[in-house]
Every structure is written in C-alpha cells, then in structure tokens.
Design a binder for this molecule. Structure first.
Ligand code: G3P
Length: 218
C-alpha cells in the first residue's frame, strides 16, 4: 500500500515528502479553505514541492454541478504548473461526476472519484474509467458502519472483475485504520501529517533508544 498525504498545508507536505514515503497528495475544498489561500495557487505550490509523486488531486469546485461545468473546471485545473501530468481531477460521486470522469479518462486525464460510501458507487466509478476511487472509511465508522469492510469489499470486487482503478482509503483516522486497510487491499491510504507521526511511534522503540543512549555513555 502506498501513502498519499491528505492536506493542503505546505509545511506538512514538505516534511512528509522528505521521509520518502509519499506517492501523492490529496486536497479538497475544506482542506484548502483551512489554509486561507487561493485554490489554484496552492495546487501549483504543492505540485512544485512534490516533484516525484504520481498524483496531486485537485477537486472541481462544488458549485460545478453539471458534467460540462466539471469538465470546464478540470480543463483549467490541468493547466496548473504548466500542464503537470500528476494533477488528478477529483470529482464527486454523482451522475454528472461519472459523465465527467468518463470524458476526462478518455482524454488520458487522471481522475479520482470521491465521497464513495458503497461498493456499487466504487464499481460505477471504476467502470466510468476512474484512475482512483476514494471510499471515506472514518465517516462510515462515525455512523456505526464498517469503513474497513467497505474497502475490503471494493478490493475483492476489483480483483474479481479485473478493474484497474486504485482504491484510495480516505477519511483515515488512526493507526489501526492504516494497518487494516492495507490488509484489506487498499492500494493507497491518504492520511494527515499527524497520523504519519503516530505511525512511527511505539513506547518500546523510545525505551530501547533511551537504553542504547545510556549504555553508549558507559
Ligand atoms: O480524505 C478525506 C478526508 O479529507 C476526510 O476526512 O476525517 O474529514 O472524514 P474526515
């Protein structure tokens, strides 16, 4: 399983990129709004920082409701950073989103269909040609459904039917989610910086390092 970082914060992206674990970045209007910057400017800055990744997701504006409006927005977004090929158009799971996914994927533009909460939605997105599908597991857990089970079912379905779309486990909230979606067959987990730091922590690692340090002095 690969890691994307789920943020529009440049400092966090720069820190995570240095660790050599990043294969991509996902953003959404809420994450960019937190930064108080212009959407297109921030996507360009991100694309310039993470030069060696496969994908930087840029979501079409939520007021683009028809396929035509989404495609128009996408055509502006793919010009960012001189037509950077890693720019991936993030589209909502809706009929218009599927139509736009179809159109853009036929043009060779990467797409990420977001806000996936059922296996059927993932199947439709994959059949429309999505490069990535993003099930939101934490938000399912929030309403007492099983987010990891959804990822597991989508992975099984894609394998049975030889579907190429990659599963991005999104709305990943804690380390156990990461382990479980990796074992469930997610291709990618997109996670905030705070979670990356939690993944490396273990009290026995800290204790071991302290012991080695004190013994070294002896
Ligand atoms: O990757 C999707 C993410 O931004 C949503 O996460 O925690 O708001 O459900 P959350």
């Amino acid at each position: 399983m690969k890691f994307f970082i789920d943020t529009a914060n440049l400092d966090d992206i720069k820190k995570a990129y240095k660790f050599g674990i990043l294969s991509g970045v996902t953003t959404n209007p809420s994450l960019v709004a937190k930064e108080g910057v212009k959407f297109e400017d921030r996507i360009e800055e991100i694309a310039q920082v993470v030069t060696e990744v496969e994908s930087v997701s840029a979501e079409v504006p939520p007021d683009a409701l028809t396929a035509e409006e989404m495609i128009q927005a996408a055509e502006d977004l793919i010009k960012i950073n001189g037509g950077d090929e890693k720019i991936t158009i993030k589209l909502p799971m809706s009929l218009a989103g599927l139509e736009a996914t179809r159109y853009l994927s036929q043009k060779g533009i990467k797409t990420n269909v977001t806000l996936i909460f059922t296996v059927n939605q993932a199947l439709l997105a994959a059949r429309a040609g999505a490069t990535y599908v993003s099930p939101f597991l934490g938000r399912l857990d929030d309403i007492s459904e099983d987010g990891v089970l959804l990822v597991e079912k989508i992975a099984k379905l894609f394998q049975i039917h030889n579907l190429d779309a990659q599963i991005i486990a999104a709305s990943v909230r804690h380390p156990d989610h990461v382990t479980r979606v990796a074992l469930a067959g997610a291709h990618i987990a997109t996670i905030p910086y705070s979670l990356i730091e939690k993944l490396i922590q273990h009290p026995l690692t800290d204790q071991g390092m302290e012991k080695f340090a004190s013994d070294w002095k002896k």
